[in-house]
Design a protein around this ligand. Sequence first.
Ligand code: BES
Ligand code: ZN
Ligand code: ZN
Length: 509
Amino acid sequence: MVVINITVSGKSILETDAEVVYVGFFQADEKEAKNFTKQISKNIPQQVIIKAKELFAAKKFEGKKKQNYPLYLSDKKLVVAVGLGKKEEYNSYVFRQVVASVAKNARDRKVKNYAFFLGNNFVRMNFEATAQAFGESTWLSLYKFDKLKTKDKNGNGNGNGILQTVELLVEDRKNIEPAKKALLNSQHIAESINHARDLINLPPNIATPKYIANEAKELAKKYGLKFTVLGRKEIEKNNLNLIKAVSSGSNEEAQFVILEYNGSSKAPICLVGKGITYDSGGLNLKPYIGSSTSMRNMKSDMAGAASMIAVVEIAARLKFNAHVIAIMPLCENMPDGKSYRCDDVIKAYNGINIEITNTDAEGRLVLADAFAYAQKYKPACLIDAATLTGAAMVAVGYMGACVMGSKETVEKLKFASKEADERIWELPLWEEYAELLESKVGDLKNSNESSGPGTIMGGIFLKNFVEKTPWAHLDIAATATTEKDLHYTESGATGFGIRLLVEFVKKYR
Ligand code: BES
Ligand code: ZN
Ligand code: ZN
């Protein structure tokens, strides 16, 4: 994929050499449109204002969120008016969406470069955060998974066409340096997120447990992280029996990976990511399509692991004053004569006997062992991200993830969620539901045979393995991938949750 370069300048809309300049306008009715100057930054040239007024008067452009309309100043100079939506509804999340719509619009216009006028009236957070959001949104929305597309003779995939550079026009020259710094931060973040998206989008015959473990190892080399991997033998020796059981039907060797960034001497934040590189369901084989949890796309069942790798990578790249340990159980869930079965009872790493009632509820099993193992590090808190239940889609749909866990940790995540503009919604872990997972033959069963609060039961199961550690569980089953284009993503892996967790780690006290 061609990497898009973002530059910063204090040039005006007329001075820039960019082929297209995008200028934002708030939504206005006819009356407001006449009294246009209210919403205009002083650096928007008169010609642009006059043309924009005409568009508003002719109702060709109303400034609706993400709307765009071309406005030719001359043969050579194209300004595109872009809608910021209603002024009273405008916030950082809208800004991110607008920036993404601009990037996609420019790509569709097949331009080599474009400029974006960042007027002071666009800034809702502080300036740095706004510039960072600009970078993140631009790079995330221009992501294309074209790794497996046969290249043309110029060595290009069919990714972003000819688009090469983006110029950010800042209104105050004093903001040039802060913008450059913020863009550099956002580049680290977006690159790592897009790398995680590659891992999630890669097919399961390529992104095997060993492949992902190796990617983590390469990052460790590059950024000076500590990398540890337990293979089949060590997993057995260490009694990580649930991971062993889930992987028993697969020809791919399970990998239990630990990636550590030690940027502070404090007790670590442990980040556990579900890393099922393919979830066929095991002996409880998933149907191909037509169910909430069909087999198609189950290559993305390692999105939690890919996300946690990215969070640690970003913490290292941005040199956070933080101690973060990502723990990733990586394996496949496949049907075979050697597979674990329903009715099996397996002793978890912490000694709890788990009765298997559904081999497709495998995520909570590998996480359970990983949670118990994490206790070794005496974590300050433990967060997991997992594509755990199809029911997450039923609960809140695809515009946000479900979160459950200890009050304080969940609150901190909610705060980070606002900063990152990634939505989460809390579900309750009501104690009465514990009985839904009571086992007759063992201590706990991994699913309830009849329907019930599916996402919550996932959380309740996991709670048995966290002991007293402050903990939160993110069920990202509905957000990790998308079928249709969302604000800043094309179909496929979204990278959801990484920015949220980066904010969490950055602010953690
Ligand atoms: N990996 C799936 C969950 C999933 C579903 C992820 C849809 C992404 C999209 C998980 O392992 C699973 O199969 N969960 C079961 C749990 C049930 C058997 C208790 C589910 O959701 O049906
Ligand atoms: Zn499953
Ligand atoms: Zn799964």
